[in-house]
Design a protein around this ligand. Structure first.
Ligand SMILES: [Zn+2]
Ligand SMILES: [Zn+2]
Length: 359
């Protein structure tokens, strides 16, 4: 055991875990590894509820090991640092997203893209370095290697910053990587949920003209008035689609339900790109003729590396970007999951861990 030897014994922790495919959460006592020399221990203050938490709790993807404490949008305060920790001190406000480990030596890790490492350690439901399983942020404390911890910049509210650690970086990274973070571009955002609403905010802050594309006309006012989108397109309205043909430089597609790509391809200019960040369970149909005709790209993207996650938070603080949240107590989590399944939240639940999770 290389970790956990410095301070000795594992740490007692309490959280809320799902124990079977019902996905129902209940209080759960477990241990965290002892704080190793490169580790920080974090007292968790807030944790966002991501759609992945729901899928994992119900074993929708088939690889859940129970009991599982989900939650990978963690904000908290450092309470202990190992002897070789350089970045953080006790009292710092910090965040942990989807990743708590990677190999640190592969091609992806070497270029700060730990999120594409073939040996990632996810924040929950993953084998950890000490042979135990990782457990997420619906809990009182977490012990994490400092490399996978980011600083919450001054000025970002701690509760509304939490969803940026998964939803925020998931949309920020592709906007940057695919060249859509330049002023004056026209960016489409498909779907107005946890991911989509922050995609609108980041794209606007980069200086884009932003069009929200949704199946639901009722979301127009919300998209334009509250989130600051420039225009709104009902994806089932052929007239509106026709009018917007060939007008967009790129589209961030956040929808994880089955949906047709053909209308979206039609919205792109030549050389335009659709970047998928939602994860539909079944394969989508890819019409190839429209791809060829405009040399268009359909791509995917998954969270971001640690350096870029810090950059995203700093950018969010500078531009006043935060998630729109509903703060809830931990004992509301099962109701929150039912509401999340019906998309009945604007736009992210965040659990007030520090004030409502009791040992
Ligand atoms: Zn997530
Ligand atoms: Zn690696």
């Amino acid at each position: 055991m290389t970790k956990g030897t410095e301070a000795g014994i594992p740490k007692k922790a309490v959280g809320w875990a799902a124990s079977d495919t019902s996905g129902v959460y209940a209080p759960f006592h477990f241990t965290r590894r002892a704080n190793g020399e490169k580790d920080v221990t974090i007292k968790i203050l807030f944790c966002g509820i991501c759609h992945s938490d729901l899928h994992t709790a119900k074993n929708d993807w088939g690889f859940t090991t129970y009991p599982v404490v989900t939650g990978h949008e963690i904000v908290g305060e450092v309470t202990e640092v190992g002897g070789k920790v350089g970045k953080f001190a006790v009292g710092d406000k910090v965040g942990v997203g989807c990743l708590v480990g990677s190999c640190r030596s592969c091609e992806s890790c070497k270029v700060d893209a730990e999120n594409y490492c073939p040996k990632p350690i996810f924040t929950y439901n993953s084998p950890d370095v000490d042979g135990t399983r990782t457990q997420g942020g619906y809990s009182d404390i977490v012990v994490v290697d400092e490399h996978f911890v980011v600083r919450i910049p001054q000025g970002l509210p701690l509760d509304a910053a939490a969803p940026l650690l998964c939803a925020g970086i998931t949309v920020y990274s592709p906007l940057k990587y695919f060249g859509l973070a330049e002023p004056g571009l026209h960016v489409g955002v498909v779907g107005l949920g946890g991911l989509g609403h922050v995609a609108v905010k980041f794209a606007k802050a980069f200086g884009a003209k932003v069009t929200v594309i949704s199946t639901s006309p009722a979301k127009k006012q919300e998209a334009v008035d509250r989130l600051g989108a420039d225009s709104f397109l009902v994806s089932r309205d052929p007239e509106q689609l026709k009018e917007a043909t060939g007008s967009m430089d790129g589209i961030i597609d956040t929808v994880s339900a089955e949906h047709p790509l053909l209308p979206l391809l039609g919205l792109l200019k030549s050389h335009g790109k659709i970047i998928m960040v939602g994860a539909p369970e079944k394969p989508l149909q890819l019409p190839v003729f429209p791809l060829l005709a405009g040399r268009k790209t359909v791509a995917g993207s998954c969270i971001g590396g640690m350096k870029e996650t810090q950059e995203m938070l700093d950018f969010a603080a500078k531009h006043g970007i935060k998630a729109d949240i509903e703060v809830i107590p931990i004992d509301y989590v099962n109701t929150a999951m039912e509401r999340l399944a019906k998309a009945d939240v604007r736009y992210r639940f965040v659990i007030d861990i520090a004030n409502t999770l009791k040992a």
